[in-house]
Design a protein around this ligand. Structure first.
Ligand SMILES: Nc1nc2c(ncn2[C@@H]2O[C@H](COP(=O)(O)OP(=O)(O)O)[C@@H](O)[C@H]2O)c(=O)[nH]1
Ligand SMILES: [Mg+2]
Length: 306
């Protein structure tokens, strides 16, 4: 855990948390030195945090972004700080609505989403991949690829090389571990749907880490990203950040809390009328809106019972 005599030479040093081991973090200092620093369990530090360190005292600097997930019991867990992009990984079979929810959650957290459509080597991928490109291509960066053949990986590398710090989310089995391995071979993650868990359902690894890519850019790998949803999105977030509704940023509804159904003076319905928002996006929005409303109502009922 470091030698106290060599530390705390007067002022505190600044650095970045690059690994989190539960009771200790590894800090990469601006000097290039790496050192382990003890932390309390649940100290609130996460990978991506910038910190000052004086001896064994860790001070967290303000965050630009925070990314969290919700567990099965409704608890919110912070996963990483100061990411600027989030890769949403899809493959044939990804449930519809997953991408829209993830894009909304990423944007609400201040991250720019991009899409990775994996398993393009499979015959059933071509139609779905084309459809995804058609709908989302003009909205967020899209990378159709195959981690098996390597086709399409280079444009993604090129994108990350522009200095982005990101992570991947996606349902089990879409190929997130395979993708991380393709981009940072030193990680050598186990591939296979259940590899992140042991028989009790617990993570077999609790280490989160940040990896500098050889060409530039950084990726965060955390067990929490691998198989869970992001935090639930709210109705107001959905309306503001829904992919395909970007035209709205120039155009306001009469009512601040407009849900874009039947309200008078609704900018979304105007934009659908003029073609600035596509009918497909609008219909998909309405389906997701009903789902998010139902989830919010269920959560409220649970809170009333408490
Ligand atoms: N056909 C095909 N299979 C893939 C591809 N990428 C990953 N897989 C397979 O999909 C399964 C799940 O991959 P994994 O990386 O563990 O997914 P994760 O659960 O998202 O981390 C494994 O059997 C992989 O071999 C791909 O590009 N094409
Ligand atoms: Mg995995």
């Amino acid at each position: 855990m470091g030698n106290k005599n060599q530390q705390g030479k007067g002022g505190a040093e600044q650095g970045l948390i690059v690994s989190h081991f539960g009771v200790a973090v590894e800090v990469l200092f601006d000097s290039g030195e790496r050192r382990m620093v003890k932390v309390k369990r649940n100290s609130g530090h996460v990978v991506g945090d910038r910190v000052t360190v004086a001896g064994e005292v860790l001070n967290r600097l303000p965050r630009q972004t925070e990314l969290s997930r919700r567990d099965a019991r409704g608890g919110v867990h912070l996963l990483a700080a100061n990411l600027d992009v989030l890769g949403v990984v899809l493959a044939p079979g990804t449930p519809s609505g997953f991408l829209d929810r993830a894009i909304v959650a990423a944007r609400a957290a201040g991250l720019s989403p991009f899409v990775v459509f994996n398993k393009c080597d499979l015959p059933e991928a071509s139609e779905l991949g084309d459809a995804t490109g058609r709908v989302y291509g003009g909205i967020v960066p899209c990378f159709p690829l195959s981690t098996v053949t390597g086709a399409g990986i280079e444009p993604l590398r090129e994108f990350l090389r522009q200095g982005h710090r990101g992570a991947f989310v996606g349902t089990t089995g879409v190929g997130k571990s395979s993708l991380m391995n393709a981009l940072c071979p030193e990680l050598n993650l186990k591939v296979g749907a259940l590899s992140d868990y042991n028989w009790t359902g617990r993570h077999t690894t609790t280490v989160s880490s940040l990896h500098a890519l050889s060409g530039g850019g950084e990726l965060v790998d955390t067990p929490g990203f691998r198989d869970f949803g992001l935090v639930d999105i709210t109705v107001p977030e959905l309306a503001v950040w829904f992919p395909g509704f970007e035209a709205l940023r120039e155009h306001r509804c009469r009512f601040n809390n407009c849900r874009h159904r039947q309200e008078p003076g609704c900018a979304v319905r105007d934009d659908v009328g003029s073609g600035a928002i596509s009918e497909e996006r609008y219909q998909t929005y309405l389906v997701l809106l009903s789902e998010v409303e139902a989830l919010e109502e269920a959560a409220q009922r649970r809170n009333w019972k408490k």
